[in-house]
Design a protein around this ligand. Structure first.
Ligand code: SF4
Length: 109
């Protein structure tokens, strides 16, 4: 069977599929819930070295060691959908809702 040339439409459809698949892989790498359902937000793949350094300098951790202080009640937290890592205006990369860093600031809303 002769192979027909790739049409513009075929190309765009395939490019869109690859883009969706790549985005899915990227999200899984940045924030995973694993098989047991435990959310992990420690993958810094794709972050600039300075951003990784900032996470370390501010001692970001997925599980807050401070009673009553976590990312969820921090003013700088950007929530995500239930069961997914959120974000932060100071600490780049995936952020666990129950995480913590030394820049914690009480949420005022
Ligand atoms: Fe969490 Fe720190 Fe960002 Fe606050 S500043 S949301 S405690 S990582």
């Amino acid at each position: 069977m002769a192979k027909r040339p790739l049409s513009r439409r075929d190309f765009l459809e395939r490019a869109a599929l690859i883009g969706v698949a790549s985005a899915g892989v990227g999200l899984l790498g940045a924030c995973t819930s694993g098989g047991g359902g435990a959310l992990t937000c420690t993958d810094t793949t794709g972050l600039a070295p300075a951003d990784v350094q900032m996470r370390e300098t501010l001692q970001y951790v997925d599980a807050s060691p401070e009673a009553n202080k976590n990312c969820l009640n921090c003013q700088l937290y950007t929530p995500a959908a239930e069961g997914e890592c959120g974000g932060c205006t100071v600490v780049k990369g995936p952020i666990h809702p129950l995480g913590y860093c030394t820049s914690w600031a009480e949420k005022v809303s």
